[in-house]
Design a protein. Structure first.
Length: 187
């Protein structure tokens, strides 16, 4: 397993060497979006309307940050369960989304779309919203303010620690990791 330093926005070629189990320190611009925001983005795609931000080469973090405390750009900003975005993710990947960040397993349809489009799914540490917030240098509302914490925000992050779960080569850490562990115990 290898550690990579990557800055967003990205190209698919930057993620080609990544394999399930590798770690990433991600910097640059990422966007937060959860269930309600994804539903609205998907509706725009179906209607042939432009999205409120350019998803080509983008990273979307499945998070709904808490309000910022005094002197901080953002409050706690931990990942939400990614499976809730599975109905929408393949369409966004086909529009150019390259990086998804969250926690938990993904559907077979999302796995197939990751392979098809050369995207990647990265896991953030669940329950560590304060750690994730420490990586955020700035936060700006993009749209859907009425959604509160689920509004889409543009974050500038530095060295956000993540783990590759799904890679473009068909690797799946949630499937391969337990199998490797069991094999090592039986060796």
């Amino acid at each position: 397993m290898t550690q990579h330093r990557i800055t967003c926005p990205v190209t698919r070629e930057q993620f080609e060497p990544l394999r399930a189990g590798d770690t990433v320190l991600l910097s640059g611009t990422i966007y937060t979006a959860r269930d309600a925001a994804h539903k609205r983005l998907f509706a725009l795609l179906r209607e042939g309307k432009p999205l409120p931000f350019d998803v080509r080469g983008a990273a979307v973090y499945y998070a709904g940050p808490t309000p910022a405390p005094e002197g901080m750009p953002i409050g706690a900003c931990g990942p939400t369960t990614s499976g809730r975005m599975d109905a929408y993710a393949p369409a966004l990947m086909r529009e150019g989304l390259i990086v998804m960040i969250g926690k938990g397993a993904r559907s077979a349809e999302v796995e197939a779309a990751v392979r098809e489009t050369g995207a990647v799914y990265l896991a953030a540490i669940g329950g560590a919203g304060a750690l994730a917030a420490d990586c955020v240098q700035s936060a700006e509302l993009v749209c859907y303010e009425d959604l509160g914490s689920e509004a889409i925000r543009r974050l500038t992050v530095r060295d956000m620690p993540l783990t590759v779960v799904l890679d473009a080569h068909g690797g799946n850490l949630y499937r391969e990791g337990p199998a490797a562990y069991l094999a090592s115990r039986n060796a």
